[in-house]
Design a protein around this ligand. Sequence first.
Ligand code: ASP
Length: 323
Amino acid sequence: MSKKRIFVIHTGGTISMEEDKQSGAVKPAETNPLFSFNHLMDEEAEIVSSAPFHLPSPHITPKEMLALKNLIDGTLAKEPFDGIVITHGTDTLEETAYFLDLTLATDIPVVVTGAMRSSNEIGADGLYNLLSSIRVAACSEAKGKGVLVVLNDEIHSADNVTKTHTSNISTFQSPQYGPVGIITKRKILFHHEPARRQKIPVSAVDKRVALIKAYAGMDSYLLSALKELRYDGVVIEALGQGNLPPEAVSAVKDLIAENIPVVLVSRCFNGIVQDIYGYEGGGKQLKELGAIFSNGLNGQKARLKLLIALGAEQPINLEKLFE
Ligand code: ASP
């Protein structure tokens, strides 16, 4: 059987960094250390690689995410590949994975991976994660499952996965639902199918969307300032099932009156938001005021979804989109 062709895109992150043994600082290496293992990758598949940028992931913005999407589309339009692997810093990995999940049209496997330990640390997990990702991208069962995140022998869906630990190598978890598959020495085993996949054609990512977390005693000042600061939308990580302190309600009202969409997610990492409570600031009141309830996404992903939707060429029904 001929080898699968995999397009590997390196974007930076700890997976391509080195620890300075003297200062202990972890920094981007001059040459990506993964390149010295090309022979191991070649054993798994026929690899074509590209390194459009070399950034720690806190430097990645939606502009780089869009550039990645365009690179993938442009490459696939020129030559066929069986799968794509992207190496990325873990801090914002889930955001890039979700952006691509929402916007890429291809159904070939697209896998995003990273590492928690830099390339010259003991127990470095980068090369292992990269080889696992190439195996997943080359696996026909991974087709049509949306963008996948592979680290530490687990396969997660982009819409559910999140970074849960600052340093542990099992940091990527899918709250509530768990991984969609596992990787063993010999096999790639999927046990969940994505129930639905949403696509939004992306045209621009230049709208201004804020993400604000609710807390006990929250008032209206910060939310109201978004209007003066000319934000185009806001996602609020609300309390519990989608409630806010009463003092924050007037700002929600004002923002909606100015046609600035207010999307609610929960600051709980399990469960979904709903219009249940009828007290001042409760979900029922917020829904009646026109707040949009987002179904299960975390704040950073809901923010990207709103950003993409607000930049779309044709107006999108946001309530339906976030259902
Ligand atoms: N701070 C690093 C980054 O996201 C962490 C990592 O890659 O694991 O670039």
